[in-house]
Design a protein around this ligand. Structure first.
Ligand SMILES: NC(=O)c1ccc[n+]([C@@H]2O[C@H](COP(=O)([O-])OP(=O)(O)OC[C@H]3O[C@@H](n4cnc5c(N)ncnc54)[C@H](OP(=O)(O)O)[C@@H]3O)[C@@H](O)[C@H]2O)c1
Length: 308
């Protein structure tokens, strides 16, 4: 089987994409690849100075690339509301929403501005609220795709409705696994609802395998350990550019359909070329998808509009 690369992305001129967390790692690589193929790309980032630097780096490689930067902190529902308010009304349409930003495993418990456990609040609830607020702009596109980045770590996760904020007791592993399982379930439930509504919106999940990004450093691990971990990842995993490929495939390739989950096809899905990925049994429980959706609406105060 020939490896699929970013060179195989179809022409995207006239398409508009939003990527969360485009300052680093997979999001930065995805932004570069989408812009290189002609898409107009909005980098939704919490640090706009770094976002502008990233935009300049892309323009340097691809003069004429249409890139803009918007302030979005997924750990703040007010920031999500403001971003969506500024963008949702003015953008002509959103063809691709890449829900990529993510906070890696935090050893000690932190909370978001709204009091949610930080990984659940940022990785899942922030994207849940963002997508819900951007539905009208997505539905202005002829074939909108929402791609949400999950993780192999969803297999270690469970949705603990009695302790969604991971207070009793806190372990970073439990909170991260839950947040990435929630990403996957959100993507699948959004698509189930879109199909039920007869919507043209497709929601797809993807995961990068294991890739060298800023992810380990963002956990607060000592520098020497970050270097060693990234060395190991570069041997057993793959680069951030390759880690971006499953999400790019899901976002751009004809034939991809809503409700699919894409990841690398190699051993344990750690590296390789994009292919349908395995969903752990606990990720296939439709009753949990639906309950998580209802709870997420309650926690964020964002009720989804009609999907068609
Ligand atoms: N790397 C892997 O092996 C791996 C494996 C499985 C899944 N993933 C998933 O891949 C996605 C991308 O991660 P990455 O590996 O590319 O890591 P990364 O290099 O650390 O990038 C993460 C991005 O998320 C942004 N972010 C973090 N908190 C945010 C917030 N509150 N609001 C807005 N943006 C925020 C970061 O912004 P700043 O630059 O401002 O910090 C950064 O741009 C994540 O969803 C992660 O769970 C990665």
């Amino acid at each position: 089987m020939t490896a699929w690369t970013s060179a195989d992305i179809p022409p995207l001129t006239g398409r508009i994409a939003i990527i969360t967390g485009a300052t680093s790692g997979i999001g930065a690589q995805a932004a570069l690849a989408l812009a290189a193929h002609g898409a107009e790309v909005l980098l939704a980032v919490r640090d706009t100075a770094r976002g502008e630097a990233q935009a300049a780096a892309i323009r340097a490689q691809h003069p004429g690339a249409r890139i803009s930067v918007g302030a979005l902190d997924l750990a703040s529902l007010a920031s999500v509301r403001d971003f969506a308010g500024r963008t949702g009304d003015t953008i002509p349409r959103i063809d691709i929403l890449l829900n990529n930003a993510g906070l890696g495993l935090q050893k000690t418990r932190h909370t978001t501005e709204d009091g949610f456990e930080q990984m659940f609040g940022t990785n899942h609830l922030g994207h849940f609220a963002l997508t819900g607020r951007l539905i009208p702009a997505l539905l202005r596109a002829p074939a909108p795709r929402v791609v949400t980045i999950a993780s192999i770590a969803h297999r270690r996760g469970s949705i603990d409705f009695d302790d969604l904020q991971t207070e009793r007791p806190y372990t970073g592993r439990k909170a991260y696994g839950q947040s990435k399982l929630a990403n996957l379930m959100f993507a699948l439930e959004l698509d189930r609802r879109a199909r039920a509504a007869g919507s043209r919106l497709a929601s797809i999940a993807a995961h990068p395998g294991v890739a060298t990004t800023g992810f380990v450093a963002a956990t607060g691990t000592p520098r020497i350990m970050v270097t060693l971990a990234n060395l190991a990842i570069s041997i057993f995993g793959h680069s951030s550019a390759k880690g971006a490929l499953p999400g790019l495939y899901a976002a751009t390739m004809p034939g991809v359909i809503g409700g699919q989950y894409w990841g690398p096809n190699g051993f344990l899905e750690v590296r390789g070329t994009p292919a349908p990925a395995r969903i752990a049994p606990q990720g296939q429980d439709h009753a949990v998808w639906a309950r998580l959706w209802t709870v997420s609406e309650e926690l964020t105060g964002v009720t989804y509009p009609a999907l068609a």
